[in-house]
Design a protein around this ligand. Structure first.
Ligand SMILES: Cc1cc2nc3c(=O)[nH]c(=O)nc-3n(C[C@H](O)[C@H](O)[C@H](O)COP(=O)(O)OP(=O)(O)OC[C@H]3O[C@@H](n4cnc5c(N)ncnc54)[C@H](O)[C@@H]3O)c2cc1C
Length: 427
């Protein structure tokens, strides 16, 4: 990834100023070497620095180069799997811990933004939109479930109320979460990187970890240098490749695409999303969208299994946008890009230790903006010796994809085709 620039996204075009960061040369010594400067890595680094650890971050490209600088910017709390499904799989005690943590990531983001004065266009309010009565019944049962775990801020919207928050005729209702919301994701990552540096952490860019020497005193090697550390945190997620073969086996990078319109003007923007909430629908292969500060619509959807870059992103995503908002048929698309997230078979994050001193968190399978911020906190707690919350994630069961690394892509695509068909038929 030497000298890899950001993709040509709306976010890169509207990024806040960022300092030049060095490439690692020679040898450094630190308490914790974090591999990857996305939200997982940056959130871990920040919590560790706040707790007195010395931290060195190695980033293969640039801060926020991966999903953290390309995503839809939607602060969606909870996990990519329903908590009752998790409860059936892990039992009530572990589910209780996971359920209590499910809305913490959004709080952490808000605390970070306030404490370090991060300019990232933070807005409160996220809507889950129901396309049919089955979706609506699901939202009703989710609301009841979350209340059991102490999360009482969710509000159901009937067919009339959802029209007040989104000008789309396709929805029969929805659920509003005011602890959800949206941000400029790259600017959040850049602000967190600046916060890391303000506390004495060091971030090296264009410095891919190419080898980890394991053992009592682990060493991370880059092309031109090495980091000696007491602990390593692996936070490369879908961009990690095969650096840690154990982690590659149980997960699959997937591409997902986003488009951004030209500025719509205040009036049209306000007609589409009068309260400026973000929206995602309840399909398995879901569409999600929101406004930007300069009143563009950012619209995402679709999954490419195996993370191949599709040739014409606009041709894939624009029809989805027009299905929701036919009134945008004459609006120009200014940006279109793709990014990779990491899918696991259970759609739950993979968290754990390799030996005594290598920790990892990856694979939140779609909804990662909040989870990754929580992951940083939970990883830092574990390194401090308080591992109860870390272990609640680490004990989640995980299985390899059927077909292994060679055949997992066609198998997963087949699964997605099946779920896509169910979405279309309204099952
Ligand atoms: C297009 C898109 C839209 C999305 N929309 C949303 C959304 O609206 N809401 C939501 O909740 N989630 C969304 N997600 C998911 C969310 O963005 C991710 O779950 C989250 O950002 C993952 O953060 P991360 O830090 O774990 O990984 P990443 O942000 O991918 O960061 C990993 C970093 O590690 C670096 N790296 C990899 N290997 C090495 C190495 N060997 N050495 C050094 N560095 C390395 C990479 O360059 C990268 O910068 C979306 C994802 C995508 C791709």
């Amino acid at each position: 990834m030497a000298n890899t620039p950001y993709p040509q996204s709306y976010y890169a075009a509207s990024a806040n100023a960022m300092p030049p960061r060095p490439t690692l040369q020679g040898e450094v010594e630190t308490d914790v070497c974090v591999i990857g400067a996305g939200y997982t890595g940056l959130s871990s680094a920040l919590f560790l620095l706040e707790n007195g650890f010395r931290v060195t971050v190695l980033e293969a490209a640039k801060v926020g180069f991966g999903a953290s600088g390309r995503n839809g910017g939607q602060i969606v709390n909870s996990y990519s799997r329903d908590i009752d499904v998790i409860e059936r799989s892990v039992g009530p005690r572990q589910a209780q811990l996971l359920g209590q943590m499910a809305f913490e990531g959004g709080k952490i983001i808000r605390e970070r933004v306030a404490k370090y004065q991060i300019q990232c266009d933070l807005k409160d309010g996220g809507v889950f939109a129901a396309l049919n009565s089955k979706h609506m019944a699901h939202l009703e049962s989710q609301k009841r479930l979350w209340e059991r775990f102490g999360h009482t801020q969710l509000e159901l919207l009937d067919e009339r109320r959802i029209r007040d928050v989104v000008a789309c005729d396709n929805y029969v209702g929805g659920m509003l979460d005011m602890s959800g919301g949206h941000i400029h994701p790259l600017n959040l990552a850049l602000g967190e990187a600046a916060a890391v540096e303000s506390l004495g952490g060091v971030i090296y860019e264009q410095s891919a970890a190419v080898r980890i020497e394991r053992g009592a005193n682990p060493v991370v090697h880059t092309a031109e240098g090495k980091v000696r550390a007491k602990f390593i945190i692996v936070a490369g997620n879908a961009y990690l490749g095969n650096l840690v073969p154990e982690l590659a086996a149980k997960s699959m990078p997937c591409g997902t695409q986003v488009i951004t319109t030209a500025p719509l003007g205040d009036e049209l923007a306000k007609t589409l999303l009068p309260q400026d909430y973000c929206v995602e629908d309840c399909n398995y292969l879901l569409d999600y969208y929101r406004l930007t500060r300069d009143k563009r619509l950012i619209f995402g959807g679709g999954v490419v299994y195996g993370a191949r870059d599709p040739a014409n992103i606009e041709a894939i995503i624009r029809p989805k946008m027009l299905k929701a908002f036919p009134q945008l048929k004459d609006v120009k698309i200014d940006y279109a890009w793709t990014g990779n997230f990491l899918l696991t078979l259970s759609r739950l994050p993979q968290v754990g230790r390799l030996g005594d001193n290598i920790y990892y968190s990856q694979g939140c399978s779609g909804h990662g903006v909040t989870y990754t911020h929580l992951a940083g906190k939970v990883l830092a707690e574990a390194l401090k010796g308080q591992a109860e919350r870390f272990d609640a994630f680490a004990d989640l069961p995980h299985y390899p994809f059927p077909g292994g690394q060679l055949l997992r892509t066609p198998f997963a695509a087949l699964g997605a085709w099946y779920y896509g068909l169910r979405d279309k038929l309204g099952f």
